[in-house]
Design a protein around this ligand. Sequence first.
Ligand SMILES: NC(=O)c1ccc[n+]([C@@H]2O[C@H](COP(=O)([O-])OP(=O)(O)OC[C@H]3O[C@@H](n4cnc5c(N)ncnc54)[C@H](O)[C@@H]3O)[C@@H](O)[C@H]2O)c1
Length: 353
Amino acid sequence: MSSETGFAVVGLGMGKHHCKAIHSAPNARLIAVCDVDEERLRPTAEEFGCEAYTDLADMLENDDIDVVNIATPSGSHTEIGLQVVAAGKHMIVEKPADITTARIDELIAAVDKAGIKAAGVFQSRLDPLNMEIRNAVQGGRLGRLIGVHGHLPWYRKQSYYDGPHGSWKGTWGMDGGGSLMNQGVHTVDLLQWISGRVVSVMGMFGVFGHEIEAEDQSVALLRFESGALGTLYTTTCAYPGHDQRITIYGSEGSLVKREGALESWKLLADEGGKEETDMLNRFGEKVNKSSGAADPMAVSFDGHTQIIIDMVEAVQQDREPMITLHSARHAVEIINAVFESGRSGREIRLSGK
Ligand SMILES: NC(=O)c1ccc[n+]([C@@H]2O[C@H](COP(=O)([O-])OP(=O)(O)OC[C@H]3O[C@@H](n4cnc5c(N)ncnc54)[C@H](O)[C@@H]3O)[C@@H](O)[C@H]2O)c1
């Protein structure tokens, strides 16, 4: 086997960030890109000096490709993933893994049967501050967990939904929702990754500021397996777009985070506040932090680079990737429970799978 792992990307919106990430990752080589839209395909292939395909089936015949990164509309991930599995190639699947747990389960079963590697993309889990927060919570440093809250008051113009690649966004069939499934899924995943599984959900949602089918505002109450309660808020209506906020309260401390920056790190055990000062020096308000609050493409591709590097190692060392599809499933389960609750007016209990 060559020391370089060959990658291909299908879907060249967010997929272009994957191309950059592959380009900058050691031992990874971008072999090909695929998009049905030639206006995206040709310039991207030229920029990265790789092969261009308009048809996925043709691309999958290329033996130099070991891994396919799937960055097509969310509701197509399983359908495309099953073709990638059939071609015997590994895959990295953009968030959400798909828009229903039934489809994600179908993909996981196919991946497991074929013995290939499949990774999800929740790049926020690789953010060092999020890792510190998770370690503190899971290490019991906040005492008994009481409250876990995630708010995402973002803004998207109507043109985001109307543009040439906007028509699937905010639809049930392809986006699986709107502000919650598309933008909010990272926040939902972080809450459960930091604080443990959610066992029941109550939710409301609706369309408030756009001409779209699904939703552009959602609120939910969460009950965690630990006994903690939580709230979730997502919107794409909050002009001009405000920062994501995550707050976690325990019996012996509380942590507050705003977008990429730590706002407060208060632990009973941290007498004199030395630890908080150190943490604020490392993770406090950054001058150049990028935010997706108003710009859909302002996501750092550094997390994606780490996911590529991890996949290269997973393939070469024959181990599981860091973010398995199975671990990417619960966020989708929580989100669909919010919608089910909103429709039925009932509290929805989750399966615990
Ligand atoms: N990780 C993140 O932070 C992040 C950020 C943005 C988007 N995403 C995810 O990336 C995915 C794509 O989102 P986007 O905003 O780039 O969408 P987009 O519509 O801009 O891009 C999707 C591309 O896929 C192409 N495409 C669709 N079906 C195809 C097929 N069968 N074969 C080849 N090409 C096909 C389209 O022509 C389009 O260029 C979504 O799942 C989204 O949730 C993730």
